[in-house]
Write a protein that binds this ligand. Structure first.
Ligand code: GLP
Length: 240
């Protein structure tokens, strides 16, 4: 794993942006795997600024997002599809038809997982952007998820519900279940870029880089990826 430590969040976002821009410039119809959460917001801000100032085009770029809360769709401002449109897509010239995410309100969750897996087969990510949960989760793959799992519905752990509740009015409003790509879908990406900032991620980052490769710390599977880069700030890197 390549590890890049930056002095702060701003520099982390800029470094991540440079890596994303390189992929899109080299291949204007690249498939980008994207993530939600507060970590990639700075990266998305840089992509928007660069599009505005330099005209970098996303017209032919396709995206696949990692995960979505069960029961939520674009009509809810807590949904991940809403997050992506608000924080990234509406600032780019991307065609919304080229953006993909699990349908949180699918009638038949199993069928929805199968649909998403089939889509990922034909849309292999040129680059997958990831954040990391404080318990070492990636996407919504909680500790104990088999490394060979594909898109599935998960019960969120209490720690994830608590972490994510800051974005909801009340903790009771956080959905208990979510759709998520599995570790296998993530590992299938040609390149992986994982971002982390803040001291609350330091333990998870240690497990990601130096810990044992174990399903108890889902991000540790990335040690087996041939082209994975971690960009993190000094606080997140403090235990390395
Ligand atoms: C959520 C998302 C993950 C994300 C994690 C960390 O659980 N499903 O994809 O990486 O939170 O979020 P944050 O970046 O806000 O710390």
């Amino acid at each position: 794993m390549n590890v890049i430590v930056t002095k702060d969040y701003q520099e982390m976002s800029m470094k991540a942006f440079e890596l994303v821009k390189k992929v899109v410039t080299e291949n204007p119809s690249a498939v980008l795997g994207l993530a939600t959460g507060s970590t990639p917001l700075g990266l998305y801000g840089e992509m928007a600024r660069d599009h505005r100032e330099n005209g970098t085009s996303y017209r032919d770029v396709k995206t696949v997002n990692l995960d979505e809360y069960e029961g939520l769709d674009v009509t809810s401002d807590q949904s991940y599809v809403y997050f992506m449109r608000e924080n990234l897509f509406r600032h780019l010239d991307i065609d919304l038809k080229n953006t993909n995410i699990e349908n949180g309100r699918a009638q038949d969750p199993e069928k929805e997982c199968a649909r998403y897996n089939a889509l990922l087969e034909v849309m292999r990510q040129d680059l997958q952007v990831l954040g990391i949960g404080s318990n070492g989760h990636i996407a919504f793959n909680e500790p104990g998820t088999p490394f060979d799992a594909q898109t599935h519905v998960v019960e969120l752990t209490e720690s994830t519900i608590k972490d994510n509740s800051r974005l909801f009015a009340r903790i009771e409003d956080v959905p208990r279940r979510a759709f998520t790509m599995g570790p296998k879908n993530i590992m299938n990406a040609k390149k992986i870029l994982i971002l982390a900032n803040g001291a609350n991620k330091a333990k998870a980052v240690y497990g990601l880089v130096k810990g044992e490769v174990t399903e108890q710390l889902p991000a540790s599977v990335l040690q087996r990826h041939p082209d994975c880069t971690l960009v993190c700030d000094e606080a997140a890197a403090s235990l390395l």
